[in-house]
Design a protein around this ligand. Structure first.
Ligand SMILES: Cc1cc2nc3c(=O)[nH]c(=O)nc-3n(C[C@H](O)[C@H](O)[C@H](O)COP(=O)(O)OP(=O)(O)OC[C@H]3O[C@@H](n4cnc5c(N)ncnc54)[C@H](O)[C@@H]3O)c2cc1C
Length: 388
């Protein structure tokens, strides 16, 4: 049997895998990217499109800043702007006592590059006159924005291919092994074999299936965030707006695209059908979104919803991704489970993983995302199963 070889094999062609393939080629590594279905078909292609840094875990802002610098350079890097607009992002709240929390975030040293501005009361409503009267305060991030997710992973994959990467769609990895001290051996469901000295798992909500093959199971759960889009209306809302709240039903966010449609997300998530790889929309979620939109943006009135959808996203129990080197196996790397906020990070994740794989280290803080944080729970689960 022919074994196809590269320096690095990547499993999963969402935004993370495609961006990593691109940046690895820029560092001169030979790359084969294996994608079970089509590039960008899952979370990376169907997400809300928020290119938002504010509100992230503070320890993730260094990575988000690196990614933001790449978003601004996309035309030069990949010959496509992905319709990225640095339109500003506003995080609003309905309660006076939540404003100090927005202020504390804005004052954190890690958030310095975001240039956050806090608004409240009449100043807030003068600057954003379309917001409902229940809105009491907000944190404005002038440099954050939004982009078109459908374009992102395919554009990175095309750019990687132009630099010489092999991109194999409709190629599902069934098994990954590493011989002692040797190369990784990767088998696909259609009987092909690949080998590489380094292996990167960017398999999104399916990442845990592969990490478990190397003795590193993680508490990853698949969920389907819910999306809707209205008919087009005159373009008047360039800022992306989202609600900061602890009440799940109140979580709502929207963005208007220059074509006029308003894209809405938030509220209850669905449990995807992982067998058929489909995530469905729950009608109660759409109804809740309409109710919440009328509270946040009363002028939205009776706009028609023309399409609803969901997507399959992997969430870790602590809502942080898995990113970095394996704790068990030399040459094995992970970047999956982005817990609902990987779109903005995508270019930065690709760049950091390429740096880490090529040089053995990265200057960007990723330790909080190490798979080793789950090692003790994996060990105790193993002990429990041996004891039973
Ligand atoms: C509806 C929705 C809205 C979202 N909104 C936002 C947002 O506004 N802002 C934001 O920052 N993030 C958002 N996210 C999250 C973001 O989309 C994801 O975190 C990000 O796209 C994850 O990219 P990925 O490449 O890790 O995963 P994916 O895009 O899921 O890609 C993983 C790929 O791996 C492939 N794969 C899996 N197993 C195998 C195998 N065995 N062999 C070969 N291939 C395999 C899959 O087919 C898939 O294509 C949202 C997610 C969803 C679903």
């Amino acid at each position: 049997m022919t074994v196809e070889k590269a320096d690095v094999v990547i499993v999963g062609g969402g935004l993370m895998g495609s961006a990593a393939a691109f940046f690895l080629r820029r560092r001169g590594r030979s790359v084969i990217l294996l994608e079970r279905d089509q590039i960008g078909q899952y979370a990376s292609g169907v997400n809300f499109g928020n290119v938002r840094r504010q509100g992230r875990f503070l320890g993730q802002l260094e990575l988000a800043n690196r990614s933001w610098a790449l978003w601004k350079r996309l035309p030069e890097l990949i010959d496509d702007d992905l319709e990225f607009i640095a339109s500003g992002h506003m995080r609003v709240c309905y309660r006076e006592d939540e404003i100090p929390e927005l202020e504390a975030y804005a004052a954190a040293p890690e958030a310095a590059q975001l240039d956050l501005q806090i608004y409240r009361g009449s100043e807030l409503h003068a600057r954003f006159p379309f917001l409902g009267k229940d809105v009491k305060g907000g944190s404005y991030a002038p440099h954050d924005g939004h982009a078109n997710p459908r374009l992102a992973a395919p554009a990175f994959a095309r750019a990687a291919r132009r630099l010489g990467a092999r991109i194999e769609e409709r190629t599902e990895v069934a098994d990954v092994q590493k011989a002692n001290g040797g190369e990784f051996s990767i088998s696909t469901t259609d009987g092909r074999q690949f080998s590489a000295a380094q292996l990167l798992i960017t398999a999104g909500a399916w990442g845990q299936k592969l990490s478990a093959q190397f003795g590193e199971p993680v508490p990853l759960e698949a969920n389907g965030p819910q999306m809707a889009v209205t008919e087009p209306v005159p373009y008047a809302l360039p800022t992306v707006i989202g609600v900061y709240t602890r009440i799940p039903e109140e979580v709502i966010y929207f963005r208007q695209i220059p074509r006029g449609n308003i894209i809405i997300g938030g509220g209850y998530r669905c449990k995807p059908d992982m067998l058929n790889r489909r995530a469905y929309v729950e009608p109660r979620s759409t109804l809740n979104q309409l109710e919440q939109m009328r509270r946040l943006l009363p002028g939205v009135g009776n706009l028609n919803i023309i399409r609803v959808w969901s997507g399959i996203e992997g969430y870790l129990s602590d809502s942080l991704p898995i990113m970095g080197a394996s704790g068990n196996v030399d040459g094995l790397y992970y970047a999956f489970g982005f817990s609902g906020h990987g779109f903005q990070l995508g270019p930065g994740v690709g760049d950091v993983m390429a740096e880490l794989i090529s040089t053995g280290s990265t200057g960007t803080l990723i330790e909080p995302f190490s798979i080793r944080r789950f090692a003790s729970s994996a060990e105790s689960a193993e002990k429990r199963s041996k004891a039973s």
